[in-house]
Design a protein around this ligand. Structure first.
Ligand SMILES: [Zn+2]
Length: 310
């Protein structure tokens, strides 16, 4: 018995084998984007064969947007391909059921089956990573949507007149301020209005705001730099608005938070959310915590999907 989980990320592909108890073995590779879109399922198939030649079923959690009906990734900003087929090539290769959902949908499913959300029927997962996204289980139902892209909370509008333009082209989306990719741009905007030349952040970036990285910003904040702490607080105030919107829209009992930005900086991400969320909320506040599944949460969700698919 070997069920296979696949996590298709912006830069890496991760594949794991496992069962109802959890993940048994996992491998990771940088995605090969040099040979066209068809190479991606071929790479996944080669990785699966490193773990088993006879999987029982395959589940995948993928960067979006996805086209659920055609089992493809479509128009993703992360790859230079219009369509990346996933389900059909793997089904042909192995002759077993293959299911795909977007990565945050997989995340909330993983939390529900293997993590802090076991037995909880109203559950939400938020990822703060290169991008920002969410997944929801409401009344025990996994929310998927017509194409598989329900719960795109990273693209909730925080401020319609904002100069912060999201990767999707719209002004003022949550992701435009708070994703790993966009925090440096938001920091630059804030620094334009303040005196920061004597800060540790200025030393770390050589006085050039355009050289600021998300990691640099959180490092300076961890060392107590007031400029960086002020930016972290501004990021946190917007995260609190986003999380409050989630509470008001989905009424979850538990929200878990993951993604590399949150997992690397749990206190700096969680403290302002906890401080500011209540002032934007009408529904009863849920418990909010960092996911215990860490960076494997999408793999866990993909594994749960494979177990359902059989
Ligand atoms: Zn957007």
């Amino acid at each position: 018995m070997s069920h296979i989980a696949v996590d298709i990320g912006a830069t890496n592909i991760r594949v794991a084998s496992g069962n109802r108890e959890g993940i048994e073995e996992k491998i990771a590779e940088v995605t090969d984007r040099s040979k066209g879109p068809e190479e991606i399922p071929r790479q996944i198939a080669r990785m699966i064969r490193e773990l088993t030649d006879a999987p029982d079923a395959i589940g995948a959690g993928s960067i979006g947007p996805i086209d659920l009906e055609r089992g493809m990734i479509t128009n993703t900003p992360n790859y230079p391909f219009k369509e990346i087929p996933v389900v059909e090539p793997l089904r042909e290769e192995f002759g077993v059921p293959v299911k795909i959902v977007n990565d945050c949908t997989a995340g909330v499913l993983g939390e529900h089956v293997y993590g802090a959300g076991r037995g909880i029927g109203n559950l939400f997962y938020v990822t703060f990573s290169t991008g920002l996204g969410g997944g929801a289980i409401v009344d025990g139902h996994l929310l998927v949507g017509k194409d598989g892209n329900a719960v795109e909370v990273g693209h909730l509008t925080i401020c319609p007149d904002s100069e912060m333009i999201c990767g999707c082209g719209c002004p003022g989306h949550w992701e435009a301020y708070c994703s790993g990719l966009n925090i440096p741009r938001f920091a630059q905007t804030l620094l334009r209005r303040s005196e920061w030349r004597n800060s540790l952040l200025a030393v770390l970036c050589g006085g050039d705001a355009r050289a600021i990285t998300t990691e640099m910003m959180f490092d300076a904040a961890k060392q107590g730099d007031e400029t960086a702490l002020r930016i972290v607080d501004e990021v946190g105030r917007i995260n609190a608005v986003g999380v409050a919107d989630v509470v008001n829209a989905y009424d979850p009992e538990l929200i878990t938070i993951g993604g590399s930005v949150a997992l690397n900086n749990p206190e700096l991400i969680m403290t302002p959310i906890r401080r500011y969320v209540a002032r934007h909320v009408i529904n009863r506040l849920p418990e909010i915590m960092i996911t215990p599944l860490g960076e494997d949460i999408v793999l866990y969700g993909a594994l749960a999907l494979a177990l359902e698919a059989e």
